[in-house]
Design a protein around this ligand. Structure first.
Ligand code: WT7
Length: 660
């Protein structure tokens, strides 16, 4: 992990220039949460404190118990309660007079716009829910949604939620193989996809990928295809595919009663990368997840119904689930969606959208902020960004320089920034300042949220001293937590609960597999993953998944993939490859390897560099020294290599990386 001396020097430098910032009075005055007493209140009144989160929702049946821990760590929240997520995101707002308020404001890459009021959204969700039922989708059938950032994606999510069918959204940038793996793992017989979408002005064919993916599924699949591109890209529907537009038209005006779901019933599955080659199907539930997404949107993002709120993430990741769709819509606000890239047609596209829509709250990732910073402040300066009240960041550590740039050039020195640490598994934010309360320290996420018991421990599980690095743990359950890994309780236990729990005393400690450091004031600075997961542009990739794609290339004998520092992406993929005897380390071979990775996972996993080597540095016991490979990739000074079985290979590899 983060104990090498170079890294701690780097960390010191990072924190030295930190400084601290207090939220402006004008923000505090209107903040949803402004009383610092909330921390103590939650601590004293735990777990009942979470009733306040459940109160943000409308329940068909009141829950009986806030937290059931008899079968820990298989915790249950709000047991006995029943509710429907789509009714919470739509019907109740329509009934409460918000029928004509914009629910989703969408902008396509070419500039076309669509606004769905809460009334419109409910109508389309009901029509599509009726259509899904007609196609045979029943309660608890997993429906896979392989769609880009178009409004039909949240419509489909809410339609599934309405009829009690869990969705599994697969990021549109993932490959056909990745789609097939996820559909097989979830036994998903239904797919909603589209013909294509725009990227930097080009029409991308998405259906080709979807079709190829379906061919890799080992059971029959019924598909629905959204016609996003019209004449721009003609497509054909086979026997088992239906046109989304036709289905919605046929079911126009349908009324579909929201199915009352048990609080613990699955709302969705979300696959994420782990240490092994097989992605993990993270299971989130209807009551706890939704309450937590709504509560954190209220307390951390300060969302109010009259706001225009924009989380510029992709719904294909958990950030989009919790903070584009479920959290904001549960609170009845206007949530924005943008189809395209931030630099198309020019590098001021996002700021143009902020100005045009009077966006109040903006939430993005450090990788995007680093790109904005590199492009220069002339782009945001072209626009009036004074509508902004709050900024957020998520996905990876943000360095103080990027934080300050964001604060000044986007926030005009007047908007608090929330640096929110969380994960696919946590369902919602866990560590961050509350914007109306906490002093901000750039580079440090802040204290754990009220009710969240996060601690930094050493390898033995003891709390580390302030200032020391250790492992991040969460020592009490929380409503948004994953319940298990789909059909794999064993892996759930071994991945998250084995490291620091004590089964004998029934003490359960959640291990997120991040390193962190804590200050005297309880602020937590996240240092990054301590497992074989790398974070490329805020996206989590398993090194094993990439390695197994690479060794699938003809002529490759062995591969080791590590993350190396990258100015814009945070980390980039570096692949060290050993070829079979008689194979030449040519550019063509390198291209084939890259292609193989793109086919297996998607362009986001594309190696930055393929480094051919006759051997990998190994310890005497035969373990690959990944740390060393990471240092080589990042251009760090190399530590002691004398404990290696083959120290001579290190200089050889390093020389090659330098010459590339
Ligand atoms: C991993 C989770 C949470 C939605 C996006 C990513 C890293 C996340 C921060 C932050 C430092 C962060 C962690 C975490 N991470 N937020 N504010 N500061 N690191 O979700 O794909 O499940 O990845 O992202 O390493 O474990 P994910």
């Amino acid at each position: 992990m983060t104990d090498s001396s170079e890294e701690s020097v780097e960390l010191e430098a990072r924190l030295e220039e930190q400084g601290s910032f207090d939220p402006p009075e004008s923000f505090v005055e209107q903040a949803n949460v402004a009383d610092p007493g909330i921390y103590e209140e939650f601590e004293e009144n735990w777990p009942e404190c979470w009733e306040g989160a459940a109160d943000l929702l409308s329940w068909d049946r009141e829950y009986e118990t806030v937290l059931e821990d008899d079968d820990a760590p298989f915790y249950k929240w709000f047991t006995g309660g029943e509710l429907n997520a789509s009714a919470n995101c739509l019907d109740r707002h329509v009934e409460n007079g918000a029928k004509n308020r914009a629910a989703i404001k969408w902008e396509g890459e070419l500039g076309e716009t669509r606004t769905y009021t809460y009334g419109d959204l409910l109508n389309e969700v009901e029509a599509f829910a009726a259509a899904l039922r007609d196609l045979g989708v029943g309660e608890d059938d997993v429906v896979t949604l392989y769609l880009p950032m178009i409004p039909e994606l949240p419509v489909a999510m809410l339609a599934c939620a309405r009829i009690g069918a869990p969705h599994s959204v697969v990021f549109a940038g993932f490959s056909a193989d990745a789609l097939a793996t996820r559909m097989n793992a979830a036994d998903s017989e239904y797919l909603v996809t589209c013909d294509g979408y725009y990227r930097r002005g080009d029409a991308l064919n998405h259906k080709e990928k979807a079709d190829k993916g379906v061919r890799g599924v080992d059971h029959d699949v019924t598909s629905v295809v959204v016609d996003r591109l019209g004449d721009e890209l003609k497509h054909f529907l086979g026997d088992s595919a239906h046109d989304y537009g036709e289905l919605v038209e046929q079911h126009e005006g349908a009324s579909v009663d929201p199915v009352s779901r048990d609080a613990e019933d699955m709302l969705f599955l979300m696959y994420t990368s782990g240490t092994t080659g097989q992605p993990k199907g993270v299971k989130h539930t209807t009551g706890g997840y939704l309450a937590y997404a709504a509560w954190t949107s209220h307390a951390v993002l300060d969302v109010k119904p009259e706001d225009t709120y924009w989380c510029a993430a992709d719904i294909g990741w958990i950030t989009g689930h919790s903070y584009i769709v479920y959290g904001p819509l549960a609170l009845g606000t206007t949530t924005m969606m943008y189809e395209g890239t931030p630099d198309y047609p020019d590098r001021d596209r996002l700021w143009e959208l902020v100005e045009k829509n009077d966006v109040d709250i903006f939430y993005t990732a450090p990788t995007a902020i680093r790109a904005f910073m590199k492009w220069g402040s002339q782009y945001p300066e072209k626009h009036d960004l004074s509508s902004l009240r709050l900024l957020g960041t998520v996905g990876e550590p943000i360095n103080p320089r990027a934080w300050k740039w964001y604060y000044t050039h986007i926030g005009g020195d007047e908007c608090p920034i929330v640096d929110t640490w969380w994960q696919t598994e946590t369902g919602g934010m866990m560590i961050t300042t509350l914007p109306g309360i906490g002093t901000m320290k750039p580079g440090s996420a802040g204290p754990p949220l009220p009710g969240i018991d996060a601690r930094i421990v050493d390898a033995a599980g003891e709390n580390v001293e302030a200032g020391d690095a250790g492992y991040l743990t969460v020592q009490k359950p929380w409503p948004g937590m994953l319940r298990t890994l789909y059909q794999n309780d064993e892996r759930f236990l071994s991945e998250y609960w084995q490291e620091y729990s004590d089964e004998e005393t029934d003490e359960w400690v959640y291990f997120p597999e991040d390193g962190a450091k804590i200050d005297d004031d309880g602020y937590i600075t996240i240092l990054g993953r301590v497992d074989d997961v790398i974070n490329v542009s805020g996206h989590r990739l398993g090194t094993m998944e990439i390695e197994s794609a690479i060794v699938g290339t003809e002529g490759v004998a062995e591969a080791a993939v590590v993350g190396g520092d990258h100015d814009l992406k945070g980390e980039a993929v570096y692949a060290y490859v050993i070829l079979e005897d008689g194979q030449d380390p040519t550019d063509a071979m390198s291209d084939r390897i890259v292609e193989e990775v793109e086919d297996a996972i998607g362009p986001i996993a594309r190696p930055e560099e393929v480094i051919f080597t006759p051997e990998l540095p190994k310890t005497r016991s035969g373990k690959i020294m990944r740390r060393l490979l990471e240092d080589i990739a990042s251009g760090n000074e190399l530590g002691n290599t004398s404990t290696l079985r083959n120290p001579e290979v290190v200089d050889e590899i390093a020389a090659q990386v330098e010459s590339d």
